[in-house]
Design a protein. Sequence first.
Length: 68
Amino acid sequence: MTLKPSAGDGSAMEWVKSSYSGSDNNDCVEVAAIPGTIHVRDSKDVRGPKLAFTPGAWAGFVAYTAGR
């Protein structure tokens, strides 16, 4: 997997999405990390709601999904 910066939306965070996203790049989540928090959003609604996770919670989620 490689990460690609998303198109800018004016926010200070650098959002990235996986190269595994579809060729139309519309059906994906994007992730941005700032100290102490991992943010997740829907790439189709960049101004919409965002989820926020602690680094430990995010690491646990990623480890769980990687085993699937």
